[in-house]
Design a protein. Sequence first.
Length: 474
Amino acid sequence: MPTNEPPRLRRERQAELYQRALKTLPGGTDSNFRAWGDDTIYVDRGQGGRVWDADGNEYIDLRMGYGPVLLGHGDARVDDYVNERMRRGVSFSLTSEDEVEAMELLKQLTGWVGKARMTVSGTEATMHAMRVARAYTGRSKIVKFEGQYHGVHDYALISVTPNDMADLGDAENPVGLAWGRGIPEAVGKTIIPARYNEMAVLRRIFERDGDDIAAIIVEPVLGNEQAIMPRPGFHQEMRALTKEFGALLIFDEVKTGFRFARGGAAEFFGITPDLATYAKAMGNGYPAAAFAGTDEVMSVLPDKVSHGGTYAGNRVAASAAVATLKILRDTEAIATVHAVGSAIQGELREVLNTRGLPHIFTGHPSMFGIMFTDTAPTEYRDWAKSDHDLYDAVAVGMHARGAMPEPDSREPWFFCEAHAREDIVDKVASIFSDSLDAALEARAGSARKDGHHVGLGTGNHVVSAAMHAGTDPD
Ligand SMILES: Cc1ncc(COP(=O)(O)O)c(C=O)c1O
């Protein structure tokens, strides 16, 4: 019997909602990523860095909607502005000053962007950026890295998130793996998979197919894989390689844009891409997104490339972007987010070191991951080598104790400005600590049952036994 049994979450109302929703929404949700079976969460409200589900359970929110809510839920500075602007009407399929101002702010913050256009989602933004790159270069192929997520259009769903790394093919010759059915083979063939941080593989790809490659699209960090960072020089080398072969570099800043720095990851890593996409964090959760590029590359619009959208630049999104980007420009909000993330990371490190557990923190203080491994991961394939079963158990155990990271060991924790006002650092650390102990205790219990000599207090052994199990992801 575990000594630190978590309080039970109330689930009655959500169980009802789940059964009801299943009759209408596939999986009971509007996105596959929220369909957690019987544990599917139905949210009631959020405020600042906290969220309440439909049964009234309260959590410190460490998902922040997968990143967009950079300031906090219900931020009055943004909401009041959006409210005021939306009363003038939201959708005209005409252009408002809000849109012009939002894209002017984006230019100002990034410094390198010449032209930009709004979309409603990150998916649309990456789809249009890829099309612009193809139109500008007259080439059809796009290089994309394994494990990187660029949304749910056909061109983005190649080699994203298999559990079995063998599906990705030989490490020297990765194969394109479509995520799910319905993606035409011909579309898949236009995407060339590469491995993040592996310059030799990338160079070989360019030497083989360089004449056909329009662009590399890259999340500057492996956002869908605990935010694994680039090796020193990786982005610079990639920038040089694309120039050498006349291809473009697309930074997908949907997660990093305005989170890493005012100018996004481009500023943080000192790289000037040719195109970039933004979404999360540019509207504090409102559906604002954009694709942007240099004047030269974006000059294919409007005459040579199709782009439109009834809701593109709608008043709600555009005014949310204006309010949010002004706050990011004029206040220390981004630095505050970094500080609270660093403080939490420091506390977690302490907890892990006390238990002697091998671990690596990945990513950036504003969105970091924890991998139970002693080898620094550099690419998606490294996830399989970490003890992700232990991570999953800890994350799920945290929910019951009042903090909500994503219960998938590939998704980083996200922080917002409001977290800094809410005195959550110690609370998150103690929830993490209790959940970790419970997970280790449960594992030691089952190992004892199976006759293995593993137990608490020998953290390293617990993990190495687990690492073995961890190579069989669920
Ligand atoms: C890096 C990246 N690109 C694109 C997308 C797609 O954005 P959206 O969900 O707004 O379509 C996401 C969403 O998680 C993302 O993280």
